[in-house]
Design a protein around this ligand. Structure first.
Ligand code: MSK
Length: 630
């Protein structure tokens, strides 16, 4: 669907580069046992596999059945995804602690109001105390949440009462974040938990520790340290790369790296060095969720989403790609060898073949960041002009909508409230709200599924909130411009967007910022009139092209929070009718929501619309305003 990506993929083929799509094709047919969740590598009695047709083995060597194996694998994936987000949150809390102690040169507290608000939630006195003292106490309390052995994590108190009661009743109220991850993994060891239902309850518990814990801490601390996002204009797609400037791509997730690099790129000495090399400046752009973090706070352009990371290198004008953690393809170093591009890793957790490692140290990050930027500037002179190939495509967008600033966007500058949003839903001008999030995948339409699904939703007056690479895909298609309301939105949604001046698709940040969607939904409940709990709201979620274990964790905490969720490729449970039924039907009686698996994005959108309609009916809301006349 994206012409820039198509052009670059052809270019890569012409010069003999192997990309993610080629490797995907080379893997066909992918293992049927694995795809169905019937392959077990947990212990050395195996690897074992179950015959889905009932002709061969029905159990692994230990006696594990299809449902045990698939549920166990799913819990492992949820734990890995939760670990990734939560490690990100811990990293940020640790940096906040260093800032509080005065030991993190190059970082500061940018949002004191949010610091005070979050500190108050953690029971910390704020009046008359220096921001650094508050930050230190808050960071220590947040870090303690990871190792908490008793009681539930504090941020679950943000959830509506009914969700908390459900979690208590089911025994899935999350305790310490690390505890849940460790216990979840321990339960999947051979001979521990062998009950599919019990394993899946643990998957929810571990994911809730992520959504209402690790990810929520990551979002809060990012706002405190780097400033809460506000609506901001910027551009997206590979056309943001500039032939006459030093191009530095920032890729990964944790804003601790990208923020300090952005500061280093403003250094007058480095800019002078760039000029001396013949460059007209330094152009920073992002890939994946680092891109989203920098976009929503600084308006730094986005070069691309997950599937564009290799394509960006093929432009021949990337002087350095600087990476930290998560979603970084192991192939990047190899691809960069065909160009002058330097790929530099910065986090001790993540090293890659053919990639230089320069470790970022938060104690004194700016000199290291300057060194890295200087390497990129020096490398500008090594460009081979014959390799230059920059697509012209770039698109305008508006991003940076948060739980907090949505109050002002909807309620006016002096009347911060969700009332107009709830009223619009009650009156039938707006059908409901959908979160469409997650990755782009070569198994699906490589970003196109997001665009098709979101167009269908907004056409039916569903306001869409986005994060991650899904938001980048829709931004490239022009859906994040306020003008998109006129072109694509239904009449009710269009009127709201035009009155308030927002796009019909709201970009809320990175993957960990899915926690903003949880808190925004909670605010909708608190405002009243559209349900007393998250499972009663006319809302739905989707990840049409998910690929990562983090997406599994997100899906789980959204479902466990009572929000119906559609994903593009099924979870690997189709080999067990029992587990499939639990996920797609039986969870409704437990948590008030289920998963749905639908690869067609239009059909997926209609599953969400039907679900929202059912919630509207249950709440006895008005019929959709303009449908009455059509
Ligand atoms: S970066 S997890 S490909 S959204 Fe958060 Fe994109 Fe998915 Fe990575």
């Amino acid at each position: 669907m994206d012409p820039a990506s198509q052009m670059m993929a052809r270019r890569a083929m012409d010069i003999g580069l192997e990309l993610v799509w080629d490797r995907y094709e080379a893997q066909q047919p992918q293992c049927g046992f694995g795809s169905l969740g019937l392959c077990c590598t947990v212990c050395n009695l195996g690897p074992c596999r179950i015959d889905p047709f009932g002709q061969g083995p029905k159990q692994g060597v230990c006696g594990a059945t299809a449902e045990i194996i698939s549920a166990r694998n799913l819990l492992r994936a949820a734990a890995a995804g939760s670990a990734c987000h939560s490690d990100h949150g811990r990293h940020l809390a640790h940096t906040l602690k260093l800032v509080g102690e005065g030991k993190a040169k190059g970082y500061e507290i940018k949002d004191v109001e949010k610091l005070r608000k979050v500190a108050a939630e953690f029971g910390i006195a704020t009046d008359g105390r220096p921001k650094e003292t508050i930050a230190l106490e808050l960071a220590e309390k947040m870090l303690a949440e990871f190792g908490r052995q008793e009681g539930s994590i504090l941020l679950t108190t943000r959830a509506p009462q009914r969700q908390r009661e459900i979690w208590q009743k089911l025994g899935i109220m999350p305790r310490g974040i690390d505890l849940e991850i460790v216990e979840g993994i321990a339960k999947t060891h051979m001979g521990v938990d062998n009950d599919a239902n019990n394993l899946l309850l643990s998957a929810m518990r571990v994911a809730l520790a992520d959504g209402w814990g690790g990810s929520m801490i990551a979002t809060d601390v990012s706002d405190i340290l780097f400033g809460a996002p506000a609506p901001i204009r910027a551009q997206v797609n590979l056309g943001v790369l500039q032939g006459d400037k030093v191009n530095i791509l920032l890729h990964g997730h944790v804003p601790i790296l990208s923020d300090v690099i952005a500061n280093a790129a403003l250094d007058p000495e480095i800019l002078a060095l760039a000029a001396s090399k013949g460059a007209t400046g330094i152009n920073l752009a992002g890939i994946c969720c680092t891109a989203n973090e920098m976009l929503v706070r600084r308006g730094i352009p986005i070069a691309g989403n997950f599937l564009q990371q290799e394509l960006a290198l093929a432009t021949g004008v990337v002087d350095a790609m600087i990476v930290d953690v998560q979603c970084i393809m192991p192939s990047l170093g190899e691809i960069a060898r065909s160009f002058h591009t330097k790929v530099i890793s910065t986090d001790p957790r993540a090293k890659f073949p053919w990639v230089e490692h320069i470790q970022l140290d938060e104690h004194d990050a700016l000199p290291i960041a300057k060194k890295i930027v200087q390497i990129a500037v020096e490398n500008f002179a090594n460009r081979d002009g014959k390799q230059k190939f920059i697509p012209s495509e770039k698109m305008d967008l508006v991003a940076g909508f948060t739980t907090e600033n949505i109050f002002y966007n909807l309620g006016g500058r002096f009347r911060a409230t969700y009332r107009p949003l709830n009223d619009a839903i009650i009156s039938g001008r707006l059908r409901g709200v959908a979160g469409v999030v997650g990755c782009d995948s070569p198994k699906n339409e490589s970003g196109g599924s997001h665009v098709e699904m979101v167009k269908e939703l907004i056409k039916h007056d569903v306001l869409v909130v986005q994060t991650g690479c899904s938001a980048i895909s829709c931004a490239k298609a022009g859906l994040l411009k306020p003008e998109a309301a006129k072109e694509y939105a239904g009449r009710g949604l269009r009127e709201i967007c035009e009155a308030v001046g927002i796009p019909p698709v709201l970009h809320s940040g990175s993957c960990v910022d899915n926690s903003r969607i949880l808190t925004a939904c909670t605010e909708m409940v608190r405002e009243g009139g559209i349900g007393n709990s998250l499972d009663e709201l006319p809302v739905a979620g989707a990840a049409p092209e998910w690929y990562s274990e983090k997406a599994i964790a997100i899906g789980w905490y959204v479902v466990a929070s009572g929000i119906f969720t559609v994903i593009g490729s099924p979870l690997r449970v189709k080999g067990s009718a029992v587990v499939d039924k639990i996920l797609t039907e039986e969870l409704a009686a437990k948590v008030g929501a289920t998963w749905a698996f639908e690869s067609d994005p239009i059909k997926g959108a209609h599953l969400m619309i039907d679900h929202i309609n059912k919630k509207r009916e249950a709440l006895k809301l008005s019929p959709m305003m303009y449908e009455m006349y059509e």
